[in-house]
Design a binder for this molecule. Structure first.
Ligand code: NAP
Length: 258
């Protein structure tokens, strides 16, 4: 399947690096498309319409508010369109590209290292009749190379992507806070970062192996009256649960991250 990227910014770059193949791509004049081609090979294409004519799948990586303008430019030249645009539902894509098969996906930035989460908006029953299932399977296989594809009902997309889309920033902040705390107690930043990162990776694997039973994982490391219990108590008193609830409320209230 020949792929073309509309837009060559942060998300396009992460996706293209994850696929690790030469790209056909466009930009709006900043030179980002040429920079991506210089890195991965391929070709900067002069217009979005020409790109759509030359590929089997157009991947929309521009900002959500450019949806209609880009769609007008492409017209009926696109056969299949995969969108990674925040807050852009399958019905919105169908309105913009009425003659194409459309797929709404939301990757997060770890796609760059093929460990992303790609949330796929499961088409509603009303859209299934027109869906090319073979093409859908090919698109999901393509994005599956970038990490784990998770199917989510369209109505829950905002919440799901408010967890996974912003998640890498939260994890980076948590890691940074732990590193800074350890530095204050004498560890070098490099050593602390190594310890924190390896612990995050191992803990994620352990939680998955135990069927996402986080309470069990916590109990297994928390001796009564011990150091983990004291650390967890400090985090609870600092309001860690409220902080995450407030963060999700803030993200969902404003719509999917853009
Ligand atoms: N960043 C994330 O973590 C993340 C996660 C999931 C989804 N997304 C979604 O990914 C999309 C892009 O976000 P981003 O962070 O990559 O933004 P970005 O870095 O600003 O990149 C946007 C790209 O779109 C290009 N563009 C704008 N208008 C265009 C047009 N008419 N034709 C062709 N290209 C055009 C821009 O060109 P220039 O380079 O010339 O300005 C730029 O390369 C958004 O819709 C966002 O919701 C982002």
């Amino acid at each position: 399947m020949k792929i073309g990227l509309i837009g060559s910014g942060n998300m396009a770059r992460a996706i293209a690096r994850g696929w690790g193949e030469p790209v056909l791509c466009t930009d709006s004049g900043s030179g980002s498309a040429q920079a991506l081609v210089d890195e991965l090979g391929g070709e900067r294409v002069a217009s979005n319409r020409e790109l759509a004519e030359r590929v089997d799948l157009v991947v929309l990586c521009h900002k959500p508010y450019h949806l209609d303008a880009v769609a007008r430019e492409i017209g009926d030249a696109a056969r299949a369109v995969a969108s990674v645009l925040g807050g852009t539902s399958t019905p919105m894509l169908r309105r913009a590209y009425p003659s194409a098969q459309v797929f709404a996906l939301m990757p997060n930035t770890p796609v760059e290292v093929r460990q992303g989460v790609i949330v796929y908006a499961q088409p509603d029953a009303s859209l299934l009749a027109d869906l090319d299932h073979e093409l859908e399977a090919s698109v999901l296989e393509l994005f599956g190379r970038l990490g784990q594809v998770v199917h989510v009902a369209e109505r829950l997309m905002d919440v799901a992507t408010s967890v996974s889309g912003v998640g890498p920033a939260y994890q980076a902040l948590l890691a940074e806070a732990q590193v800074d705390a350890a530095v204050r107690h004498g560890l070098s930043a490099a050593l602390a970062a190594e310890l924190v990162n390896a612990t995050v990776r191992g803990s994620a694997a352990l939680i998955e192996a135990k069927g996402y039973d986080t309470l069990r994982v916590r109990r297994e490391v928390t001796s009564p009256g011990g150091s983990t219990a004291r650390g967890l108590d400090a985090l609870e008193r600092a309001g860690i649960r409220t902080a995450f609830q407030d963060a999700l409320n803030a993200v969902v209230a404003q719509g999917t991250p853009r």
